[in-house]
Write a protein that binds this ligand. Sequence first.
Ligand code: ZN
Ligand code: ZN
Length: 408
Amino acid sequence: MMKKLVCALVATVMALGCWGQESEFGMWFKNRTLRVDYHRVGNAEMQSVRLVRYVAKNGQWGGSLTQLIDPMNNGDYRVVVKDAESGKAIYSRTYGSLFSEYCGTDEGKKKMVTYEEVVQVPMPLKAVDIVMETRGKDQEFHTTGMFHFDPKKNKPERRQSRHAKRLQYKGNSNWKVDVAIVAQGYEKEPAKLKSDFERMKNVILSEEPFASRKDDFNIWGIEGDAGAKYGTLGADRYLMTDELFKLHDLLDGVPFDHILILVNNDKYGGGGIYNFYAVSSTNKMSDMVTPHELGHSIGGLADEYVDENLSYTEIYKGEFEPVEPNITSLKDFESKWKDMLPEGTPIPTEPVKDLGKRDCGPLGVYEGAGYQSKGLYRPVTNCMMNHYAHFCPVCQKRLNEVFDLYTR
Ligand SMILES: [Zn+2]
Ligand SMILES: [Zn+2]
């Protein structure tokens, strides 16, 4: 009896705690989405952001009602929504974009470009300032521009709500990780579309830690041309899209947190950028490529492999610790996986030869990561972020932390 009473009390306190956070959301926002379309203009030396339009999405807000301020210090960009009257930060998210990779190329040092970008924020009830920040060379965020939104004055555009298939539905999107699969190139193959949706759903949910967290995911399927192309930034296998506005039009009415573009093409390729989108093809390797790209786009994980021929290798040059959790320059290893290392682990650790194809090998500090053979270190010999082994313990830990942001 006593036990029952305690349980009831605990449940009440937990419900109150939750209610407190949700009412914080309700104080500032409607459970709907404001889509902010803008251009990022510039090069490695200078950049600016220019508002293109506001869109009021159909359907509910798909993000969390409780995790309003982003606790992850990751990505090159951050959007911060501030109450215009008090200046209080009421919502923030960190993310990456193709623009920062472009800035790491030779061309990006001089030539000015314009990239489409989109951020989604919960629909403000009062006037807000939407502050667009960029991480500087000092690793801190600095203001690049600001958009003002006043629900009394701004009339956001509307789009036609799209019908998405529920490939897996486990509950209200406010408490789930919602992944939208946008299938491109299926106009003449409706039967293949159906089987590829099924295959991709299973691919997403079968690799750990996704598999153990299966019930935390909603998976949506939409067909349409997302503008994805091979050859991005001069790399033949780099499959990405520049047409962000078109992509987001396809997703109106879908309460997604993450986008996976599936290109119906047997050629090897893919790409993924943190809180931006991921792309994969129907190549026979896509069962491996897809979890890897979701590692980038959902987990904000870095590539753990070495490839010094890539055009955008300069993204990690500099005297600072990279922001991604799964690589280190040893400048601030305490902030990485040092606490997970077995005692007496040598730094650098000698890689294991003759590992099983999908084995990570023991946790250590292995030189060669983030495309560079020297000066950057990875947690294991092989990982999903390096040669498509399983996600290593460091990557799994971060993915679980990210999933928690959507579900708790
Ligand atoms: Zn990668
Ligand atoms: Zn890893």
